[in-house]
Design a protein around this ligand. Structure first.
Ligand SMILES: NC(=O)C1=CN([C@@H]2O[C@H](COP(=O)(O)OP(=O)(O)OC[C@H]3O[C@@H](n4cnc5c(N)ncnc54)[C@H](OP(=O)(O)O)[C@@H]3O)[C@@H](O)[C@H]2O)[C@@H](O)CC1
Ligand SMILES: Nc1ncnc2c1ncn2[C@@H]1O[C@H](COP(=O)(O)OP(=O)(O)O)[C@@H](O)[C@H]1O
Length: 294
């Protein structure tokens, strides 16, 4: 099949319809819980960025499970976050209940030198009976037979897994599978099919695929090419999944809000000066802009 045939873009009105507006009788649990298993001793900042993005994208309850050395920093960054050390992980992976959606984000700010990283990612994939997003160095745990087996099992059980690699991470996932990695559009679809995931391959143009459709997103800006912006995106996608969005829709809406937030930040601060915290701050404006446009 020629992948170009099925490439599409979401219209602004389609995207706006996916924005999770809270019901009048909502409470924090009905709005969805994201358990973000993120950060390491080396990269505690990624945990902060992803968790705050989740709050801004509407999750009612954002819980951070992080390296013990990062706990105080993340708590101090935002008192509204619930922050637990990694030892709390098994209890934190509770299943969703009727009307109480949940999702898990794992891997942003993981450190390949940290021996706990791989086992944590695999434990999440094995235990979490909820949608999971895998990002950052957590993706390295998927480039081996054991990781692929866990993904395949989740796929067969109907549990969505979203992966959010940048070009380097996508190439590392593709290599052991013998997949060519020079075309991000084709790669999004081939990774999706080979791993049984929804693949969001990030770059100047970002592509999402569920193995059937491929969605192209062209609204980004080079202002986003700064450390930490991917962590913000992962938090957005995780929060949308936690609110019950379909996995492909969550990936596409997350990337669209991220791209718009980057542009809004750049319009105020220049393409040169924008940093990941500015993208985070612009997320509410991106939501408002999208709702206004539709
Ligand atoms: N504040 C924080 O706490 C932050 C924490 N962070 C966290 O750090 C962790 C490591 O993530 P990372 O992306 O820095 O390292 P990683 O992908 O392993 O790089 C290895 C090699 O891959 C390549 N490569 C990289 N990017 C590429 C691209 N776009 N396109 C193509 N190739 C690319 C490049 O190799 P080269 O091509 O230069 O030879 C590079 O040397 C991760 O968990 C993340 O969440 C970050 O989010 C930053 C802010
Ligand atoms: N030149 C560019 N144009 C548009 N978007 C870009 C560009 N460069 C990077 N981005 C976006 O910035 C983000 C960077 O993510 P990533 O590389 O994972 O960052 P980090 O790991 O530092 O958090 C992605 O969403 C990507 O699509």
């Amino acid at each position: 099949m020629n992948p170009e045939k099925s490439v599409r873009e979401y219209r602004a009105d389609e995207l706006a319809a996916l924005v999770p507006l809270p019901a009048a009788d909502a409470n924090k649990y009905t709005r969805g819980t994201l358990t973000a298993v993120v950060g390491s001793e080396r990269y505690p900042g990624a945990a902060c960025l992803a968790a705050a993005a989740s709050q801004r994208a509407g999750a009612g309850y954002t819980e951070v499970v992080t390296h013990p050395t990062a706990v105080d920093l993340v708590r101090a960054w935002r008192p509204s976050l619930v922050v637990l050390p990694r030892a709390a992980l098994p209890e934190a992976l509770a299943p969703a209940r009727e009307g109480r959606p949940r999702a898990c984000l794992v891997g942003c700010g993981f450190d390949v030198r940290d021996e706990e990283s791989g086992p944590i990612v695999r434990a999440v994939l094995e235990q979490a009976q909820i949608p999971v997003v895998v990002d950052g160095s957590g993706l390295d745990a998927l480039a081996c037979e054991e990781g692929r087996l866990l993904l395949r099992r989740r796929f067969e059980e109907g549990l969505p897994t979203v992966v959010t690699p940048h070009a380097g991470e996508a190439a590392r996932l593709a290599r052991p599978l013998g997949l060519p990695s020079d075309d991000p559009c084709a790669l999004a679809r081939s990774l999706s099919l080979a791993l049984g995931v929804i693949a969001l391959v990030k770059g100047p143009v970002t592509y999402a695929s569920d193995g059937d459709e491929i969605v192209r997103m062209t609204h980004g800006t080079p202002a986003l090419a700064k450390a930490g912006t991917g962590d913000v995106l992962a938090g957005l996608v995780g929060a949308l999944l936690a609110q019950g969005a379909d996995a492909l829709d969550a990936a596409v809406l997350g990337a669209e809000l991220h791209a718009r937030a980057g542009r809004i930040a750049a319009a105020r601060l220049t393409d040169v000066a924008v940093v990941a915290e500015d993208v985070l701050e612009a997320v509410p404006h991106a939501i408002a802009e999208l709702l206004r446009e539709a």
